[in-house]
Write a protein that binds this ligand. Structure first.
Ligand SMILES: Nc1ncnc2c1ncn2[C@@H]1O[C@H](COP(=O)(O)OP(=O)(O)OP(=O)(O)O)[C@@H](O)[C@H]1O
Length: 249
């Protein structure tokens, strides 16, 4: 069953320069999808359309029950934690805005802190945390507000390579517990292959449906797999598609 259907979406910031033209895709229940593409092709814009920050110029987005606007977790590129609020207050705030009372919101945060590797840090301020920990607070906040769907915009983009790999592995394990659908924007093809059920490869402008790769490796995947021939073949397929399209333009 699908949680979201995008049907013939057309969108551009300038009238003569479209980012999406009659673009369609579906996201299934409990599905993990990555969106990859060259810088500036419109990946963040797709997330913002789904989150309802921009209306499509043509076409429509159909949300399954429970995944309506306002109930989708959105994690932007920057963690956007408020420096004057503690971990507990930062993580609980969006739930409070959704109408959950403060005590209950904080109870839900406290319950999840250990899973997010943040136990004992509830009263810490963002400046006292490492980059990976700040991203986990941001991710925790997103999980608590996204009832059925999470939109993650390069969540690990600002982290060093080792922390990034650690966070990817942590996410593969943690995500199995949530059963929320995820649309992850990333530049990192290994990250996409490590985490996803399907990968949408986006060109600029995106015409029609995305070029799609179904990732055939069973989960959870291991970082050592990135050196296997099957893995490298899939990466090459995506790279060839991205750059060929660019030459044609
Ligand atoms: N608010 C805006 N107003 C006008 N143009 C915009 C706006 N936001 C984005 N754009 C333009 O739309 C295009 C797509 O931007 P978007 O941020 O979606 O790309 P992206 O694929 O996410 O890029 P990156 O990988 O570099 O983050 C870019 O050319 C960008 O300059």
């Amino acid at each position: 069953m699908s949680i979201l259907k995008a049907i013939d979406i057309t969108f551009g910031f300038e009238h003569d320069r479209l980012i999406l033209r009659k673009c369609s895709f579906e996201i299934g229940e409990n599905e993990f999808i990555s969106l990859v593409g060259l810088s500036g092709c419109g990946k963040s814009t797709v997330l913002k359309l789904i989150a309802g920050l921009y209306p499509p110029q043509e076409g429509r987005l159909e949300y399954a029950h429970g995944a309506q606007l306002g109930k989708i977790g959105f994690m932007p590129q920057q963690d956007l934690l408020m420096p004057w609020r503690t971990v507990l207050e930062n993580a609980a705030l969006p739930m409070e805005i959704q109408g959950v009372n403060k005590r209950e919101a904080q109870r839900r945060v406290l319950e999840l802190l250990p899973i997010f590797g943040l136990q004992g840090y509830e009263n810490a301020y963002p400046f006292e945390l490492s980059g990976g920990m700040r991203q986990r607070v941001s991710f925790l906040r997103c999980v608590l507000t996204g009832h059925q769907m999470l939109l993650l915009d390069e969540p690990f983009g600002s982290l060093d390579a080792l922390t990034r790999r650690e966070m990817q592995l942590w996410l593969t394990e943690t995500w199995q517990k949530w059963k929320q659908s995820v649309l992850l924007v990333t530049h990192d093809l290994d990250e996409a292959l490590l985490l996803s059920d399907r990968i949408f490869v986006m060109t600029s402008p995106q015409e029609g449906p995305y070029y799609e790769i179904k990732v055939p490796f069973p989960k959870p995947r291991q970082p050592s797999q990135v050196y296997t021939k099957e893995w490298l073949d899939l990466k090459e397929k995506m790279t060839t598609f991205l750059y060929k399209k660019r030459e044609i333009k």
